[in-house]
Design a binder for this molecule. Structure first.
Ligand code: COA
Ligand code: MG
Length: 290
C-alpha cells in the first residue's frame, strides 16, 4: 500500500477553469479533473482544451492528479487521452470498469504513446459487474487505485439512500478486499449533500473504519472534514509510538509479545503502528510541500 495520503480526493469538472485554478491552493491530497459526467456533451471539446492547458501549467505541488476520461463506449475516450497525453498525466481514472478487459484496453492505449509510458490506471468501481469482477480488475496492468462510484452503484442496484449505507455494504467491501489483495489505494464515494458537514463526517468515519484511504469530494467546503477524519489522531500516533517502543523492549528481552494499555501487542500490531506513523509523516510532508 502507498503511504502517500489520499484522505481528500476532490472532483473538479474540467469545464470549470476557475475551479481548477483554485485547486492549486486547496488542501486536497488529490484532485480528479473530470471530463466525464460533470461535463455536458456540448462542453466536452472545450473542457479537454482547458484541462490540457491547466495540466501543462502545473503548480499543483504534491497533490496526486487524476484525469477522469469518458468511457470507451462514449466514443470520446481516445480524444480525451490524446488531449491530455502531452502533459504526461500521472494517472487516468476510467469510469464504469466492468472487468480486467476494460483496464487492458486502456493500458494498450497508454502503451502506444511515449508520453503516457508511466501513467497509472485508476478504476471507477460503480457497476454491479465491476464489483463482482473486482479481483481481476485490481490485478490488471498499471492499476494503482479504486474510486468507488456509489451514486452509480445505488442506481444500478436499485438501492435506496440510507445513512448507514447498508444497501451498498456488500459492494463497498468487495471492492475494498480486492484493492487490498493487490495493494491498491481505495477511495470511498461522494457525499452528495455537500452543505451537510455532520452527515459527511459520519460517512467519512464509516468509510475510514471500513478501511478506505479517503473520500471523494465534490466541494471545497468538504475538504477539512475528510482531511481530519482520515488522518491518524494524535492518540493513535502516540499509541503507535508506545507500542513500537514496548515491542522493541520485549524483543530485546527475547520475547515476542508486549503489553500496552492492558492490550496485547504482537508483530502484526507493529505493522499497523508503523503504517500509522508513515501516514502521519506523509501527511506532514504534504503540508510542507503544498
Ligand atoms: N473544486 C474546486 N473548486 C470548487 C469546486 C470543486 N469541486 N466546487 C466549487 N468550487 C469553487 C467555486 O469555483 C467557487 O469559487 P469562486 O468563489 O472562486 O468562484 C467556490 O468554490 C464556491 O462555490 P459554490 O458557489 O459554493 O459552488 P457552486 O454552486 O459554484 O458549485 C457544485 C456547486 C456542486 C456544482 C460544484 O461544487 C461542482 O461542480 N462540484 C463537482 C461536481 C463533480 O465533479 N461531479 C462529478 C463527480 S460526482
Ligand atoms: Mg459514475
Amino acid at each position: 500500500m502507498e503511504h502517500r495520503p489520499f484522505r481528500s480526493v476532490l472532483y473538479i469538472p474540467a469545464s470549470r477553469a476557475r475551479a481548477m485554478d483554485k485547486a492549486r491552493t486547496l488542501p486536497a491530497d488529490a484532485v480528479i479533473f473530470d471530463l466525464e459526467d460533470a461535463v455536458a456533451p456540448t462542453e466536452k471539446v472545450a473542457a479537454r482544451t482547458t484541462l490540457a492547458e491547466t495540466l501543462a501549467e502545473g503548480g499543483f505541488g504534491a497533490r496526486a492528479l487524476l484525469v477522469r476520461i469518458n468511457g470507451f463506449e462514449s466514443g470520446w475516450a481516445e480524444d480525451d487521452l490524446a488531449a491530455v497525453a502531452p502533459a504526461r498525466p500521472e494517472a487516468v481514472l476510467l469510469p464504469k470498469v466492468n472487468g480486467a478487459a476494460d483496464v487492458e484496453a486502456l493500458a494498450r492505449l497508454l502503451d502506444s504513446r511515449p508520453e503516457t509510458a508511466e501513467t497509472r490506471i485508476w478504476a471507477m468501481m460503480e457497476t454491479p459487474r465491476g464489483a463482482l469482477n473486482a479481483g481481476e480488475i485490481a490485478a490488471a496492468p498499471r492499476m494503482a487505485g479504486f474510486v468507488l462510484g456509489t451514486n452509480d452503484l445505488a442506481k444500478d442496484l436499485g438501492a435506496r439512500f440510507r445513512a448507514d449505507r447498508l444497501p451498498l455494504m456488500g459492494a463497498l467491501q468487495l471492492c475494498l478486499m480486492a484493492a487490498r489483495a493487490e495493494g491498491l489505494v481505495a477511495v470511498d464515494g461522494v457525499y452528495n449533500a455537500f452543505k451537510d458537514l455532520d452527515g459527511l463526517r459520519a460517512e467519512c468515519e464509516q468509510g475510514r473504519d471500513l478501511g478506505f484511504d479517503g473520500k471523494t469530494l465534490i466541494h471545497p467546503d468538504q475538504l477539512a472534514v475528510a482531511n481530519a477524519v482520515f488522518a491518524p489522531a494524535e492518540a493513535e500516533t502516540d499509541l503507535a509510538r508506545r507500542q513500537i517502543a514496548a515491542f522493541e523492549e520485549a524483543q530485546a528481552r527475547g520475547e515476542g509479545i508486549a503489553v500496552v494499555d492492558g492490550r496485547i501487542v504482537e508483530n502484526l500490531h507493529i505493522v499497523t503502528a508503523r503504517r500509522t506513523l508513515a501516514l502521519a509523516a506523509a501527511i506532514d510532508a504534504m503540508g510542507e510541500a503544498s
